[in-house]
Design a protein around this ligand. Structure first.
Ligand SMILES: Cc1cc2nc3c(=O)[nH]c(=O)nc-3n(C[C@H](O)[C@H](O)[C@H](O)COP(=O)(O)OP(=O)(O)OC[C@H]3O[C@@H](n4cnc5c(N)ncnc54)[C@H](O)[C@@H]3O)c2cc1C
Length: 461
Protein backbone atom coordinates (compact mmCIF):
# COMPACT_ATOMS: atom_id res chain seq x y z
CA UNK A 1 0.00 0.00 0.00
CA UNK A 2 1.15 3.53 -0.68
CA UNK A 3 -1.14 6.16 0.72
CA UNK A 4 -4.21 4.00 0.42
CA UNK A 5 -6.34 2.03 2.79
CA UNK A 6 -4.75 -1.07 4.24
CA UNK A 7 -6.11 -4.33 3.03
CA UNK A 8 -7.54 -6.48 5.75
CA UNK A 9 -6.22 -9.68 4.26
CA UNK A 10 -6.02 -11.41 7.62
CA UNK A 11 -2.30 -10.71 7.93
CA UNK A 12 -1.25 -9.66 11.41
CA UNK A 13 0.30 -6.19 11.33
CA UNK A 14 1.50 -6.17 7.70
CA UNK A 15 4.52 -4.03 6.91
CA UNK A 16 3.76 -1.37 4.31
CA UNK A 17 5.31 1.64 2.66
CA UNK A 18 3.49 4.87 3.43
CA UNK A 19 3.60 8.42 2.17
CA UNK A 20 1.40 11.43 2.71
CA UNK A 21 -0.73 12.94 -0.06
CA UNK A 22 2.33 14.65 -1.58
CA UNK A 23 3.96 11.24 -2.21
CA UNK A 24 7.40 12.28 -1.04
CA UNK A 25 9.61 10.54 1.53
CA UNK A 26 8.08 7.05 1.79
CA UNK A 27 8.86 5.06 4.92
CA UNK A 28 7.96 1.58 6.13
CA UNK A 29 5.80 0.81 9.16
CA UNK A 30 3.72 -2.00 10.61
CA UNK A 31 0.04 -1.30 10.11
CA UNK A 32 -2.73 -2.07 12.58
CA UNK A 33 -6.24 -1.36 11.34
CA UNK A 34 -8.69 -2.22 14.14
CA UNK A 35 -12.42 -1.93 13.68
CA UNK A 36 -12.92 -1.92 17.45
CA UNK A 37 -11.49 1.03 19.40
CA UNK A 38 -10.79 -1.35 22.32
CA UNK A 39 -8.12 -3.06 20.22
CA UNK A 40 -6.09 0.13 19.96
CA UNK A 41 -5.00 0.02 23.61
CA UNK A 42 -3.21 -3.27 23.00
CA UNK A 43 -1.10 -1.65 20.28
CA UNK A 44 -0.08 1.17 22.60
CA UNK A 45 0.77 -1.24 25.41
CA UNK A 46 2.93 -3.37 23.09
CA UNK A 47 4.66 -0.44 21.39
CA UNK A 48 8.33 -0.86 20.47
CA UNK A 49 10.92 1.87 20.91
CA UNK A 50 9.89 3.36 17.53
CA UNK A 51 6.46 4.13 18.96
CA UNK A 52 2.98 4.46 17.46
CA UNK A 53 1.07 7.10 15.50
CA UNK A 54 -2.53 7.30 14.27
CA UNK A 55 -3.39 7.65 10.61
CA UNK A 56 -6.75 8.60 9.13
CA UNK A 57 -7.22 8.95 5.39
CA UNK A 58 -3.62 10.03 4.75
CA UNK A 59 -4.57 13.47 3.40
CA UNK A 60 -1.90 15.35 5.29
CA UNK A 61 0.74 16.14 2.73
CA UNK A 62 3.88 14.70 4.22
CA UNK A 63 4.90 12.47 7.10
CA UNK A 64 2.68 13.42 10.05
CA UNK A 65 0.95 10.03 9.78
CA UNK A 66 4.04 7.93 9.07
CA UNK A 67 6.29 6.14 11.54
CA UNK A 68 9.40 4.61 10.04
CA UNK A 69 10.12 1.25 11.70
CA UNK A 70 7.26 1.59 14.16
CA UNK A 71 3.50 1.08 14.31
CA UNK A 72 0.79 3.04 12.50
CA UNK A 73 -2.82 2.67 13.69
CA UNK A 74 -5.08 3.25 10.71
CA UNK A 75 -8.48 4.37 11.96
CA UNK A 76 -10.58 4.07 8.82
CA UNK A 77 -12.32 0.91 9.98
CA UNK A 78 -13.43 2.64 13.17
CA UNK A 79 -15.99 4.47 11.11
CA UNK A 80 -19.34 4.24 12.88
CA UNK A 81 -21.55 7.22 13.45
CA UNK A 82 -22.79 6.39 16.93
CA UNK A 83 -25.58 8.97 17.05
CA UNK A 84 -26.74 12.05 15.19
CA UNK A 85 -29.24 14.26 16.96
CA UNK A 86 -31.45 15.54 14.15
CA UNK A 87 -32.74 18.43 16.28
CA UNK A 88 -29.52 19.66 17.83
CA UNK A 89 -27.10 18.59 15.08
CA UNK A 90 -24.65 16.90 17.44
CA UNK A 91 -22.84 13.99 15.79
CA UNK A 92 -21.12 11.44 18.02
CA UNK A 93 -18.85 9.24 15.98
CA UNK A 94 -15.75 7.09 15.91
CA UNK A 95 -12.62 8.93 14.88
CA UNK A 96 -12.26 7.16 11.52
CA UNK A 97 -15.57 8.59 10.25
CA UNK A 98 -14.89 10.83 7.26
CA UNK A 99 -16.30 14.29 6.75
CA UNK A 100 -18.01 12.86 3.66
CA UNK A 101 -19.83 10.34 5.87
CA UNK A 102 -20.96 13.15 8.16
CA UNK A 103 -22.28 15.06 5.15
CA UNK A 104 -24.16 12.03 3.84
CA UNK A 105 -25.75 11.39 7.22
CA UNK A 106 -26.32 15.00 8.25
CA UNK A 107 -27.62 16.68 5.11
CA UNK A 108 -31.01 14.93 4.93
CA UNK A 109 -31.81 16.53 8.31
CA UNK A 110 -30.23 19.86 7.29
CA UNK A 111 -26.80 19.52 8.94
CA UNK A 112 -23.41 20.20 7.34
CA UNK A 113 -19.93 19.89 8.80
CA UNK A 114 -18.94 23.03 10.71
CA UNK A 115 -15.60 23.32 8.91
CA UNK A 116 -14.61 21.65 5.68
CA UNK A 117 -11.10 21.57 4.28
CA UNK A 118 -10.58 21.46 0.51
CA UNK A 119 -11.23 17.72 0.56
CA UNK A 120 -13.99 15.84 2.39
CA UNK A 121 -11.81 12.69 2.43
CA UNK A 122 -10.56 13.54 5.89
CA UNK A 123 -11.36 11.69 9.12
CA UNK A 124 -12.74 13.35 12.22
CA UNK A 125 -9.56 12.26 14.07
CA UNK A 126 -7.37 13.85 11.39
CA UNK A 127 -9.51 17.00 11.40
CA UNK A 128 -9.03 17.42 15.16
CA UNK A 129 -5.34 16.46 15.15
CA UNK A 130 -4.55 19.09 12.48
CA UNK A 131 -7.29 21.45 13.74
CA UNK A 132 -8.25 21.96 10.10
CA UNK A 133 -9.68 25.17 8.70
CA UNK A 134 -11.97 25.90 5.80
CA UNK A 135 -13.24 28.76 3.69
CA UNK A 136 -15.29 29.95 6.66
CA UNK A 137 -12.44 30.40 9.12
CA UNK A 138 -13.15 34.14 9.40
CA UNK A 139 -16.62 33.37 10.83
CA UNK A 140 -16.37 29.85 12.28
CA UNK A 141 -12.76 29.36 13.38
CA UNK A 142 -11.24 25.91 12.99
CA UNK A 143 -12.54 22.37 13.49
CA UNK A 144 -11.70 21.86 17.17
CA UNK A 145 -13.85 24.84 18.12
CA UNK A 146 -16.88 22.73 17.14
CA UNK A 147 -15.88 19.64 19.11
CA UNK A 148 -17.76 19.19 22.42
CA UNK A 149 -15.52 16.36 23.58
CA UNK A 150 -13.36 13.51 22.38
CA UNK A 151 -12.33 10.20 23.90
CA UNK A 152 -8.56 10.05 23.87
CA UNK A 153 -6.54 6.90 24.35
CA UNK A 154 -3.52 8.21 26.25
CA UNK A 155 -0.03 6.87 25.55
CA UNK A 156 -0.25 4.68 28.70
CA UNK A 157 -3.37 2.96 27.34
CA UNK A 158 -5.86 4.76 29.61
CA UNK A 159 -8.93 6.21 27.94
CA UNK A 160 -10.10 9.69 28.92
CA UNK A 161 -13.03 11.86 27.89
CA UNK A 162 -11.61 15.32 27.18
CA UNK A 163 -13.66 18.52 27.05
CA UNK A 164 -12.27 22.02 26.56
CA UNK A 165 -13.78 23.11 29.90
CA UNK A 166 -12.58 20.21 32.09
CA UNK A 167 -9.21 19.46 30.49
CA UNK A 168 -8.15 22.56 28.56
CA UNK A 169 -4.44 21.64 28.41
CA UNK A 170 -5.09 18.17 27.02
CA UNK A 171 -7.83 19.39 24.71
CA UNK A 172 -5.73 22.16 23.17
CA UNK A 173 -2.56 20.06 23.01
CA UNK A 174 -4.51 17.43 21.06
CA UNK A 175 -6.29 19.92 18.76
CA UNK A 176 -3.54 20.65 16.26
CA UNK A 177 -1.17 18.29 18.09
CA UNK A 178 -0.70 16.00 15.08
CA UNK A 179 -1.55 12.78 16.89
CA UNK A 180 1.20 13.14 19.48
CA UNK A 181 -0.92 13.18 22.66
CA UNK A 182 -2.60 9.83 21.98
CA UNK A 183 -5.22 8.30 19.72
CA UNK A 184 -8.65 9.90 19.45
CA UNK A 185 -11.24 7.12 19.52
CA UNK A 186 -14.54 9.02 19.40
CA UNK A 187 -15.69 12.63 19.20
CA UNK A 188 -18.82 14.74 19.47
CA UNK A 189 -18.97 17.31 16.68
CA UNK A 190 -21.50 20.13 16.48
CA UNK A 191 -22.77 20.34 12.90
CA UNK A 192 -24.03 23.53 11.22
CA UNK A 193 -27.63 24.08 10.15
CA UNK A 194 -28.21 24.61 6.42
CA UNK A 195 -31.44 25.04 4.48
CA UNK A 196 -30.23 23.39 1.29
CA UNK A 197 -27.20 21.47 0.06
CA UNK A 198 -26.33 24.11 -2.57
CA UNK A 199 -24.21 27.21 -2.27
CA UNK A 200 -25.08 30.63 -3.70
CA UNK A 201 -21.79 31.84 -5.13
CA UNK A 202 -20.47 35.21 -6.28
CA UNK A 203 -17.35 35.23 -8.43
CA UNK A 204 -15.01 38.14 -9.04
CA UNK A 205 -11.81 38.35 -11.06
CA UNK A 206 -9.10 40.65 -9.72
CA UNK A 207 -6.30 42.19 -11.78
CA UNK A 208 -3.58 41.67 -9.18
CA UNK A 209 -2.81 40.70 -5.59
CA UNK A 210 -3.55 44.13 -4.11
CA UNK A 211 -7.05 44.06 -5.52
CA UNK A 212 -7.53 40.52 -4.19
CA UNK A 213 -6.39 41.49 -0.67
CA UNK A 214 -8.60 44.59 -0.70
CA UNK A 215 -11.63 42.65 -1.96
CA UNK A 216 -11.25 39.87 0.62
CA UNK A 217 -10.86 42.45 3.43
CA UNK A 218 -13.86 44.45 2.31
CA UNK A 219 -16.17 41.46 1.92
CA UNK A 220 -15.12 39.51 5.01
CA UNK A 221 -18.40 40.09 6.81
CA UNK A 222 -20.56 39.68 3.70
CA UNK A 223 -20.03 35.94 3.14
CA UNK A 224 -19.61 32.85 5.28
CA UNK A 225 -17.23 31.23 2.80
CA UNK A 226 -14.60 32.82 0.59
CA UNK A 227 -11.33 31.97 -1.11
CA UNK A 228 -9.11 33.33 -3.90
CA UNK A 229 -7.44 31.11 -6.48
CA UNK A 230 -4.25 32.81 -7.68
CA UNK A 231 -2.08 32.67 -10.76
CA UNK A 232 1.30 32.22 -9.06
CA UNK A 233 3.28 32.71 -12.27
CA UNK A 234 1.74 36.04 -13.31
CA UNK A 235 4.22 38.91 -13.01
CA UNK A 236 4.45 42.68 -13.10
CA UNK A 237 1.07 44.40 -13.27
CA UNK A 238 -0.66 40.99 -13.13
CA UNK A 239 1.17 39.72 -10.03
CA UNK A 240 -1.23 37.59 -8.00
CA UNK A 241 -4.19 38.03 -10.32
CA UNK A 242 -6.97 35.89 -8.99
CA UNK A 243 -10.47 34.52 -9.16
CA UNK A 244 -12.36 34.93 -5.90
CA UNK A 245 -15.39 32.81 -5.08
CA UNK A 246 -17.51 33.73 -2.07
CA UNK A 247 -20.80 32.30 -0.96
CA UNK A 248 -23.35 31.15 1.55
CA UNK A 249 -25.60 28.13 1.69
CA UNK A 250 -28.58 28.80 -0.57
CA UNK A 251 -32.14 29.13 0.68
CA UNK A 252 -34.82 26.93 -0.92
CA UNK A 253 -36.10 29.92 -2.93
CA UNK A 254 -32.68 30.39 -4.50
CA UNK A 255 -32.89 26.98 -6.17
CA UNK A 256 -34.21 26.28 -9.64
CA UNK A 257 -37.75 24.83 -9.45
CA UNK A 258 -36.56 21.31 -10.33
CA UNK A 259 -33.98 21.37 -7.51
CA UNK A 260 -36.54 22.47 -4.91
CA UNK A 261 -37.85 18.88 -4.97
CA UNK A 262 -34.56 17.69 -3.51
CA UNK A 263 -33.06 20.62 -1.60
CA UNK A 264 -30.69 18.41 0.39
CA UNK A 265 -29.43 16.26 -2.47
CA UNK A 266 -25.77 15.35 -2.19
CA UNK A 267 -24.06 12.97 -4.61
CA UNK A 268 -20.49 12.54 -3.52
CA UNK A 269 -18.93 10.74 -6.44
CA UNK A 270 -15.47 11.16 -7.86
CA UNK A 271 -16.25 11.38 -11.58
CA UNK A 272 -12.78 10.56 -12.86
CA UNK A 273 -9.99 8.27 -11.82
CA UNK A 274 -6.49 9.57 -12.50
CA UNK A 275 -4.36 7.04 -14.38
CA UNK A 276 -1.60 5.26 -12.51
CA UNK A 277 1.20 6.52 -14.68
CA UNK A 278 1.81 10.15 -15.53
CA UNK A 279 4.93 11.21 -17.41
CA UNK A 280 7.46 12.86 -15.09
CA UNK A 281 7.54 16.62 -15.57
CA UNK A 282 3.94 16.93 -16.77
CA UNK A 283 3.43 19.76 -14.30
CA UNK A 284 6.06 22.39 -15.08
CA UNK A 285 6.12 26.14 -15.45
CA UNK A 286 4.99 25.98 -19.12
CA UNK A 287 1.96 23.77 -18.47
CA UNK A 288 0.99 25.63 -15.30
CA UNK A 289 1.33 29.03 -17.02
CA UNK A 290 -0.91 27.80 -19.86
CA UNK A 291 -3.48 26.33 -17.47
CA UNK A 292 -3.50 29.49 -15.35
CA UNK A 293 -3.97 31.71 -18.39
CA UNK A 294 -6.89 29.60 -19.66
CA UNK A 295 -8.50 29.36 -16.24
CA UNK A 296 -8.19 33.10 -15.56
CA UNK A 297 -9.64 34.09 -18.95
CA UNK A 298 -12.49 31.60 -18.64
CA UNK A 299 -13.58 33.00 -15.27
CA UNK A 300 -16.27 35.67 -15.39
CA UNK A 301 -15.17 39.21 -14.56
CA UNK A 302 -18.08 39.32 -12.13
CA UNK A 303 -20.95 36.85 -11.64
CA UNK A 304 -23.52 36.85 -8.88
CA UNK A 305 -25.84 34.28 -7.41
CA UNK A 306 -24.62 31.17 -9.21
CA UNK A 307 -25.89 28.01 -7.53
CA UNK A 308 -23.18 25.41 -7.04
CA UNK A 309 -23.14 21.97 -5.44
CA UNK A 310 -21.13 21.25 -2.30
CA UNK A 311 -18.63 19.30 -4.41
CA UNK A 312 -18.07 22.11 -6.92
CA UNK A 313 -17.75 24.82 -4.33
CA UNK A 314 -15.92 23.11 -1.46
CA UNK A 315 -14.12 20.12 -2.94
CA UNK A 316 -13.39 20.57 -6.65
CA UNK A 317 -10.28 18.39 -6.38
CA UNK A 318 -12.29 15.46 -5.00
CA UNK A 319 -13.84 15.17 -8.48
CA UNK A 320 -10.71 13.35 -9.65
CA UNK A 321 -9.66 10.41 -7.55
CA UNK A 322 -5.89 10.24 -6.89
CA UNK A 323 -5.17 13.54 -8.66
CA UNK A 324 -1.95 13.66 -6.66
CA UNK A 325 -0.44 11.17 -9.12
CA UNK A 326 -0.37 13.88 -11.80
CA UNK A 327 2.83 15.21 -10.27
CA UNK A 328 4.61 12.04 -11.38
CA UNK A 329 6.86 9.74 -9.40
CA UNK A 330 8.71 12.64 -7.70
CA UNK A 331 5.54 13.77 -5.92
CA UNK A 332 4.92 17.33 -4.79
CA UNK A 333 5.47 19.61 -1.85
CA UNK A 334 2.71 21.71 -0.38
CA UNK A 335 3.70 24.93 1.26
CA UNK A 336 1.19 26.88 3.32
CA UNK A 337 1.91 29.86 5.49
CA UNK A 338 -0.06 32.43 7.44
CA UNK A 339 1.08 35.97 8.24
CA UNK A 340 -0.77 38.39 10.52
CA UNK A 341 -2.99 41.22 9.39
CA UNK A 342 -0.68 44.10 8.52
CA UNK A 343 1.86 41.81 6.81
CA UNK A 344 0.19 42.01 3.41
CA UNK A 345 3.53 43.01 1.89
CA UNK A 346 4.87 39.54 2.77
CA UNK A 347 2.11 37.95 0.70
CA UNK A 348 3.08 40.21 -2.19
CA UNK A 349 6.84 39.64 -1.91
CA UNK A 350 6.37 35.89 -1.60
CA UNK A 351 4.45 35.90 -4.88
CA UNK A 352 7.21 38.00 -6.44
CA UNK A 353 9.79 35.44 -5.37
CA UNK A 354 7.70 32.52 -6.64
CA UNK A 355 6.96 34.06 -10.03
CA UNK A 356 10.58 35.21 -10.42
CA UNK A 357 11.75 31.66 -9.68
CA UNK A 358 9.13 30.40 -12.18
CA UNK A 359 8.13 27.80 -9.58
CA UNK A 360 4.91 26.24 -10.86
CA UNK A 361 2.20 25.84 -8.24
CA UNK A 362 -0.83 24.27 -9.86
CA UNK A 363 -3.19 25.05 -6.99
CA UNK A 364 -2.52 28.41 -5.29
CA UNK A 365 -5.07 29.55 -2.75
CA UNK A 366 -5.30 32.72 -0.66
CA UNK A 367 -7.64 33.13 2.28
CA UNK A 368 -8.23 35.60 5.07
CA UNK A 369 -8.30 34.00 8.52
CA UNK A 370 -10.17 35.17 11.59
CA UNK A 371 -8.57 34.93 15.06
CA UNK A 372 -6.75 31.78 16.12
CA UNK A 373 -7.70 29.61 19.12
CA UNK A 374 -6.00 28.11 22.18
CA UNK A 375 -4.43 25.18 20.33
CA UNK A 376 -0.72 25.06 21.19
CA UNK A 377 0.18 24.08 17.64
CA UNK A 378 -2.99 25.16 15.86
CA UNK A 379 -2.06 26.89 12.63
CA UNK A 380 -4.55 29.74 12.01
CA UNK A 381 -4.09 33.30 13.27
CA UNK A 382 -5.87 36.47 12.19
CA UNK A 383 -4.27 37.25 8.87
CA UNK A 384 -3.55 35.89 5.41
CA UNK A 385 -2.84 32.33 4.46
CA UNK A 386 -1.35 31.30 1.14
CA UNK A 387 -1.21 27.62 0.08
CA UNK A 388 0.84 26.41 -2.87
CA UNK A 389 1.91 23.08 -4.32
CA UNK A 390 5.07 22.58 -6.29
CA UNK A 391 6.41 19.49 -8.06
CA UNK A 392 9.05 18.20 -5.63
CA UNK A 393 11.68 18.16 -8.37
CA UNK A 394 11.28 21.86 -9.23
CA UNK A 395 14.85 23.20 -9.60
CA UNK A 396 15.80 25.55 -6.76
CA UNK A 397 12.67 24.71 -4.74
CA UNK A 398 14.41 24.15 -1.41
CA UNK A 399 16.20 27.51 -1.56
CA UNK A 400 12.97 29.28 -2.51
CA UNK A 401 10.98 27.74 0.33
CA UNK A 402 13.72 28.42 2.88
CA UNK A 403 13.72 32.06 1.80
CA UNK A 404 9.92 32.15 2.17
CA UNK A 405 10.26 30.60 5.67
CA UNK A 406 12.57 33.45 6.68
CA UNK A 407 10.16 36.11 5.41
CA UNK A 408 7.16 34.44 7.05
CA UNK A 409 8.99 34.18 10.37
CA UNK A 410 10.15 37.80 10.17
CA UNK A 411 6.53 38.84 9.58
CA UNK A 412 5.35 36.95 12.70
CA UNK A 413 3.79 34.10 10.74
CA UNK A 414 4.14 30.33 10.50
CA UNK A 415 3.86 27.30 8.23
CA UNK A 416 1.17 24.60 8.55
CA UNK A 417 2.31 21.28 10.00
CA UNK A 418 -0.27 19.26 8.03
CA UNK A 419 1.40 20.46 4.85
CA UNK A 420 5.01 20.77 5.90
CA UNK A 421 7.77 18.53 4.59
CA UNK A 422 10.95 20.50 5.11
CA UNK A 423 10.95 23.43 7.52
CA UNK A 424 14.01 23.56 9.83
CA UNK A 425 13.24 22.58 13.46
CA UNK A 426 14.52 25.84 14.96
CA UNK A 427 12.53 27.88 12.44
CA UNK A 428 9.40 25.95 13.35
CA UNK A 429 10.06 26.50 17.07
CA UNK A 430 10.34 30.24 16.48
CA UNK A 431 7.12 30.22 14.46
CA UNK A 432 5.14 28.42 17.19
CA UNK A 433 5.82 30.25 20.47
CA UNK A 434 3.74 27.73 22.45
CA UNK A 435 5.75 24.73 21.27
CA UNK A 436 7.51 24.56 24.67
CA UNK A 437 4.15 24.28 26.45
CA UNK A 438 3.15 21.54 24.01
CA UNK A 439 6.39 19.68 24.73
CA UNK A 440 5.74 20.01 28.47
CA UNK A 441 2.29 18.41 28.11
CA UNK A 442 3.79 15.61 26.07
CA UNK A 443 6.59 15.02 28.57
CA UNK A 444 4.04 14.64 31.39
CA UNK A 445 1.69 12.43 29.40
CA UNK A 446 4.18 10.32 27.57
CA UNK A 447 7.53 10.00 29.37
CA UNK A 448 8.27 6.78 27.46
CA UNK A 449 7.70 8.53 24.09
CA UNK A 450 5.13 5.98 22.93
CA UNK A 451 3.61 8.43 20.46
CA UNK A 452 6.01 9.14 17.61
CA UNK A 453 5.92 9.95 13.93
CA UNK A 454 8.41 10.75 11.21
CA UNK A 455 7.28 14.36 11.58
CA UNK A 456 7.76 14.43 15.37
CA UNK A 457 11.31 13.08 15.00
CA UNK A 458 12.13 15.43 12.12
CA UNK A 459 10.95 18.54 13.97
CA UNK A 460 11.60 17.54 17.58
CA UNK A 461 7.95 18.03 18.51
C1 LIG B 1 -6.88 18.22 -1.47
C2 LIG B 1 -6.61 18.60 -0.05
C3 LIG B 1 -7.11 19.78 0.42
C4 LIG B 1 -6.89 20.14 1.75
N1 LIG B 1 -7.41 21.33 2.18
C5 LIG B 1 -7.22 21.70 3.46
C6 LIG B 1 -7.82 22.88 3.96
O1 LIG B 1 -8.48 23.61 3.23
N2 LIG B 1 -7.65 23.18 5.28
C7 LIG B 1 -6.93 22.36 6.11
O2 LIG B 1 -6.83 22.67 7.30
N3 LIG B 1 -6.36 21.23 5.67
C8 LIG B 1 -6.49 20.88 4.37
N4 LIG B 1 -5.94 19.71 3.92
C9 LIG B 1 -5.17 18.88 4.87
C10 LIG B 1 -6.06 17.88 5.63
O3 LIG B 1 -7.30 18.44 5.96
C11 LIG B 1 -5.38 17.49 6.94
O4 LIG B 1 -4.08 17.06 6.71
C12 LIG B 1 -6.11 16.41 7.73
O5 LIG B 1 -5.44 16.23 8.96
C13 LIG B 1 -6.14 15.09 6.99
O6 LIG B 1 -6.94 14.17 7.73
P1 LIG B 1 -6.68 12.60 7.59
O7 LIG B 1 -7.82 11.88 8.20
O8 LIG B 1 -6.35 12.27 6.19
O9 LIG B 1 -5.41 12.46 8.53
P2 LIG B 1 -3.95 11.89 8.23
O10 LIG B 1 -3.35 12.64 7.11
O11 LIG B 1 -4.00 10.43 8.12
O12 LIG B 1 -3.23 12.32 9.60
C14 LIG B 1 -3.00 13.69 9.86
C15 LIG B 1 -2.60 13.86 11.33
O13 LIG B 1 -3.71 13.52 12.15
C16 LIG B 1 -3.33 12.54 13.09
N5 LIG B 1 -4.49 11.70 13.33
C17 LIG B 1 -5.29 11.11 12.41
N6 LIG B 1 -6.25 10.41 13.03
C18 LIG B 1 -6.06 10.56 14.36
C19 LIG B 1 -6.70 10.04 15.53
N7 LIG B 1 -7.76 9.23 15.46
N8 LIG B 1 -6.20 10.39 16.74
C20 LIG B 1 -5.12 11.21 16.85
N9 LIG B 1 -4.47 11.70 15.78
C21 LIG B 1 -4.94 11.39 14.56
C22 LIG B 1 -2.17 11.81 12.45
O14 LIG B 1 -1.33 11.20 13.42
C23 LIG B 1 -1.46 12.94 11.73
O15 LIG B 1 -0.61 13.62 12.62
C24 LIG B 1 -6.14 19.30 2.60
C25 LIG B 1 -5.63 18.10 2.12
C26 LIG B 1 -5.87 17.74 0.80
C27 LIG B 1 -5.31 16.45 0.29
Amino acid sequence: MRNGEPSDGGMANPTVTLTGWGRVEPTVARIVAPSDPNQVAVTLKEATSRGVIARGLGRSYNNAAQNDGGEVVVTTRMNRIISLDADAGLAVCESGVSLEQLMISGLPAGWFVPVSPGTRQVTVGGAIAADVHGKNHHVAGSFAQHVHWFDLLLPDGQERRVTPADEPRLFWATAGGMGLTGIILRAAVQLTKVQTSRVRVDTVRTADIDEALAYLSATDSSYSYSVAWLDCLARGAHLGRSVITSGDFAKPDDLAPKDRQSPMEFRPVARLNAPNIFPPGLINHYTVALANEAWYRKAPRRRQGEIQTIGTFFHPLDGIRNWNRAYGPGGFRQYQFVVPVGAESTVRTSLEQISRARAPSFVTVLKRFGPGNDGYLSFPMAGWTLALDFPARTPGLEGLLTSLDEDVLAAGGRVYLAKDSRVAPDTLAAMYPRLQEFRAVRAELDPACVMASDMSRRLGL
